[in-house]
Design a binder for this molecule. Structure first.
Ligand SMILES: [Zn+2]
Length: 191
């Protein structure tokens, strides 16, 4: 799914009845699992000379990047952090880790054969579903439409909840990014 959507969904679900610190922490936790992959992709785009599919299938798999990304997507590790933070009553930390758990759960059912190892370091097991967020042959158009509806609902809820200019500016930027993402064809990568 589109990374910023994970952030807004986490803020919507976990920032309810809490201050802005918890809302921002949930947003950061929602996008954090994708940060290693974004750095990796940005690096190879800067180097140039590689197509998107080469970058993901030849450079990403088996070069350590997939392990780092699987660890940041680990529901076990993020869940552990939620437990510790809730026990210590560190609510922004709990929201951050909770955002990462939500991200991991959503990715779990939308990555088809490119699924992360969701339960590292306990097991290498991955759930292979028939649904891919980027491959049209695996329901990506339907998932994108559902994501668009959910994104709009989250944006309305957060717009009403946060009246400060900073979060509202963030919501506008995020919606513009989503429109660019779809209009540029990046939502479906090479398909
Ligand atoms: Zn992800």
């Amino acid at each position: 799914m589109n990374t910023p959507f994970h952030g807004l969904l986490a803020t919507t679900l976990l920032g309810r009845n809490a201050g802005p610190a918890v809302g921002w922490a949930a947003f950061a936790g929602g996008i954090a699992p994708d940060v290693p992959a974004a750095i990796f992709y940005g690096w190879y785009c800067l180097l140039g000379g590689h197509t998107g599919i080469e970058i993901w299938e030849e450079k990403y798999i088996g070069n350590g990047w997939d392990l780092v990304s699987d660890l940041t997507h680990s529901i076990v590790l993020a869940g552990l952090l939620v437990s510790i933070a809730a026990w210590r009553r560190w609510w922004p930390v709990a929201a951050f880790a909770g955002g990462a758990v939500l991200h991991g759960l959503l990715d779990m059912v939308t990555h088809a054969e490119h699924a992360h190892r969701h339960l590292l370091p306990l097991t290498e097991w991955r759930l292979i579903t028939p649904f891919s967020y980027w491959n049209r042959a695996q329901g990506a158009a339907f998932l994108l439409a559902a994501e668009g509806v959910a994104l709009t609902i989250c944006a309305v809820v957060c717009w009403r909840r946060y009246r400060h200019p900073a979060p509202r500016a963030g919501i506008v930027i995020l919606l513009l990014w989503a429109v660019y993402w779809v209009a540029s064809g990046r939502a479906f990568f090479q398909t």
